[in-house]
Design a protein around this ligand. Structure first.
Ligand code: SF4
Length: 69
C-alpha cells in the first residue's frame, strides 16, 4: 500500500504522527517525514491517521502518486 501526503496541505497538526508513529515523523516544527510504502502491519494505523488528518492531506492507495511533484 502506498501513501502520499500532500505537504502543501499538511499543517503539521501531527495527528498522523500520534496515530501511526512508525509511518509518520515530524522533524522540527512542521517538516513531516513519512514512509511512502506502508508495511501491512502498519496499514490500519495509517488508515486511522488518514482519517484523522484535519486537512485530509493523507492519501492511501495502490499507485497513488504525488502528482508529479
Ligand atoms: S495529520 Fe495531516 S496535517 Fe497533521 S501532520 Fe499529519 S498530514 Fe500533516
Amino acid at each position: 500500500m502506498q501513501i502520499v501526503v500532500d505537504l502543501t496541505r499538511c499543517q503539521g497538526y501531527a495527528q498522523c504522527v500520534f496515530l501511526a508513529p512508525e509511518v509518520f515523523q515530524l522533524h522540527g516544527e512542521e517538516a513531516l517525514l513519512y514512509h511512502p510504502a506502508v508495511p501491512a502491519e502498519q496499514l490500519e494505523r495509517a488508515r486511522q491517521a488518514a482519517a484523522a488528518c484535519p486537512v485530509q492531506a493523507i492519501l492511501l492507495g495502490e499507485g497513488v502518486s504525488a502528482g508529479g511533484r
